[in-house]
Write a protein that binds this ligand. Structure first.
Ligand SMILES: Cc1ncc(COP(=O)(O)O)c(C=O)c1O
Length: 396
């Protein structure tokens, strides 16, 4: 039998994709499963963006593009950051990838390797730990709690820094918690990273999905020393409901982006030419569809958090952004309910799927045992039914 490399053997499959696969399997067996494991908007890609993709095909934009993306799209992204945040960006500082996930991987591959440490606050997006490990670097986890708003403190950050620390990986608004760091906390982080001379990957992919008074902050804009040490990550997947089109990007110092371009050119060549054209039109076209989408997510957030918090044993964090409810389930441990008593979040989620036909993702997958994540990128009717099932199941 062919031996698997040490690197590949250390990679876990994505827990969210695994949960969705389990839900699909049960559905195929005829079970009426409600799948709240998915990390993508349930809205369709807006028609003007789909039309741009079709036109790109008709106009023959179906060939290789420069590995780091078309100059037109890179110029559009650079102009978008200037207009949105006042961040001065040249097209040479932009690389377009096959999704933000590839941009994060390229950034890590360009900047870290064995012996380096990358600080990641928990709960973290499932892929961060494995992407860091694939480079040979070590993830250093900083634990945050629901009571602390799932936000790392400046003191915790400083305490995690060692002479090996190369990068801090920030994600605000966060997947899985939806926590949004206030500008003042990010300014304090900025002082720390400048003082200790470390770099930052700021994953801002949920930047447009914020609720109430919450505001997403573009980390690189917070201090003069930041653009030279920050790689900003974003993309069209979440804002424009374009998960399947696979377009994300990174903005950073020219030499880092050039190194990432070399990696990408050997790895995948360019991201899809058709999707790049659609992404360009997404960024420059009419943005009015966004308002109603955000309002709808906010209404679902209110519905889901209120519903979960009414269930004895569950404590739900109210997120300011993204489309996930992240909740503490430890109060349900040891109860006599169908599939129970259970004592871990993994067993809680397994029993929720088997006995309430509700698919969630266990908090351990995000480095936060004792919790579960519910994606509210589903219709209100589905969410109401999901809450009813969970409540009924946990009532015993
Ligand atoms: C925090 C975070 N970053 C990055 C990504 C990846 O996005 P993309 O679909 O553009 O690869 C996701 C997707 O779930 C995410 O939640």
């Amino acid at each position: 039998m062919l031996g698997i490399s040490k690197m590949a053997a250390g990679v876990e499959p994505s827990a969210t994709l695994a949960a969705a696969a389990r839900a699909r399997q049960l559905k195929a067996e005829g079970k009426d499963v409600l799948d709240f494991s998915v990390g993508e908007p349930d809205f369709p890609t807006p028609p003007f963006i789909c039309d741009a993709g079709k036109q790109a095909i008709d106009q023959g934009k179906t060939r290789y593009t420069p590995a780091s993306g078309t100059i037109e799209l890179r110029k559009t992204i650079a102009a978008w950051y200037q207009a949105e945040y006042g961040l001065a960006v040249t097209p040479e500082q932009v690389i377009v990838s096959g999704g933000a996930k590839q941009s994060i991987h390229n950034t890590l591959a360009a900047l870290v390797g064995p012996g380096d440490e990358v600080i990641i606050p928990t709960p973290y997006w499932v892929s961060y730990g494995d992407l860091v490990k694939m480079t040979g670097a070590t993830p250093v986890l900083v634990h945050t709690t629901l009571d602390a708003g799932f936000r790392m403190t400046t003191h915790q950050l400083e305490a995690a820094i060692t002479p090996r620390t190369k990068l801090l990986l920030l994600n605000s608004p966060s997947n899985p918690t939806g926590a949004v760091y206030p500008r003042s906390t990010l300014e304090a982080f900025a002082e720390v990273v400048i003082k200790h001379n470390i770099g930052v990957i700021s994953d801002e992919i949920y930047e447009k999905l914020v609720y109430g008074d919450a505001k997403a902050t573009c980390f690189a804009t917070l201090a003069p020393g930041l653009p030279e040490r920050t790689i900003t990550i974003s993309g069209v997947s979440k804002t424009y409901a374009m998960t399947g089109w696979r377009i994300g990007w990174a903005i950073g110092p020219k030499h880092v982006v050039a190194a990432m371009g070399n990696i990408q050119s050997q790895e995948t060549s360019n991201p899809s030419s058709i999707s790049q054209e659609a992404a360009r039109i997404a960024l420059t076209g009419d943005q009015t569809f966004l308002g109603p989408m955000i309002k709808e997510f906010e209404a679902r957030r209110d519905l889901v958090c209120a519903g979960l918090n009414k269930i004895p044993g569950i404590r739900c964090f109210v997120p300011d952004g993204a489309f996930y409810a992240f909740f503490d389930v430890t109060g349900t441990f040891g109860k006599t309910v169908a599939g129970g008593p259970f004592h871990t979040d993994t067993d809680f989620c397994k029993a929720a799927l088997d006995h309430a036909l509700v698919c969630l993702v266990q908090g351990s997958a995000f480095g936060a045992p004792g919790h579960a994540r519910l994606s509210f990128a589903a219709s209100r009717a589905q969410l109401e039914e999901g809450l009813r099932r969970l409540s009924h199941w946990l009532a015993g």
